[in-house]
Design a protein around this ligand. Structure first.
Ligand code: TYD
Length: 211
């Protein structure tokens, strides 16, 4: 049996990551593969508790505490869910992972990429995905999706300024450009099925369906 791969979905808010992660999981399971579907921040009981702290608007986390909390949540997630699943040879599909910390806490905030990666080494043995889909959509599409999803009720990070989110998007693009082996940039415009089709074409070599 092929060992499973670790696949992550990244991108800004409202680009359809969760929908696409779910569709990919369904497609892999339909091929008889064992797949763990998870998300960040969260995925384990402890990390979900940290998620609630991170996204709650009553807390005004500084940039340092925020990055440490994301790293702590990830450490628990890797130790108790992602690592064991990969050790069993299963697939893991995760909605956001380390690249979100690189884009939001380093790109949008006050940390350097090296500092975020050092935290990841300390917390999670520097575990990196085998493949990362970066979903990108135009800002008008995203604004419409977010209005439909969140109304006026964005979480603590989702509710930050447009300039912050523009820096995050730019940083995601930069990460993908410098690591084209791991990243696949996916045009998130169109129906969920159209976007899923683009993802499955990129998955073909990994699941032995390459032409
Ligand atoms: P998520 O629930 O995936 O938000 P969305 O569905 O809107 O994309 O993630 C919650 C928020 O946490 C989101 O604004 C991105 C942010 N985040 C970071 O800032 N750093 C991180 O390392 C992660 C995993 C998420």
């Amino acid at each position: 049996m092929n060992p499973g791969s670790f696949i992550t979905f990244e991108g800004g808010e409202g680009v359809g990551k969760s929908t696409q992660a779910a569709l990919l999981v369904e497609a892999l399971r339909a091929r008889g593969l064992q797949v763990v579907q998870t998300r960040e921040p969260g995925g384990t009981k402890g990390a979900e508790a940290i998620r609630a702290l991170l996204l709650d608007k009553q807390f005004e986390w500084g940039a340092r505490a925020e990055a440490l909390l994301f790293a702590a949540a990830r450490s628990d997630h890797v130790e108790n869910l992602i690592g064991p699943a990969l050790d069993r040879g299963e697939w893991v599909v995760c909605d956001r992972f380390i690249d979100s910390s690189r884009a939001y806490q380093a790109g949008g905030g006050e940390w350097s990429d090296d500092a975020i990666l050092s935290l990841h080494t300390l917390g999670s043995h520097a575990l990196m995905p085998d493949l990362t889909f970066l979903l990108q959509a135009g800002s008008a599409d995203i604004a419409a999706r977010l209005r439909e999803r969140d109304g006026d009720d964005a979480d603590r990070i989702g509710g930050k300024s447009a300039a912050y989110h523009a820096r995050v998007a730019e940083h995601f693009r930069r990460l993908a450009t410098v690591d084209p082996e791991r990243f696949v940039i996916i045009d998130a415009a169109g129906t969920p099925e159209e976007v899923h089709g683009r993802i499955m074409r990129a998955m073909a070599p990994l699941i032995g369906e390459g032409g």
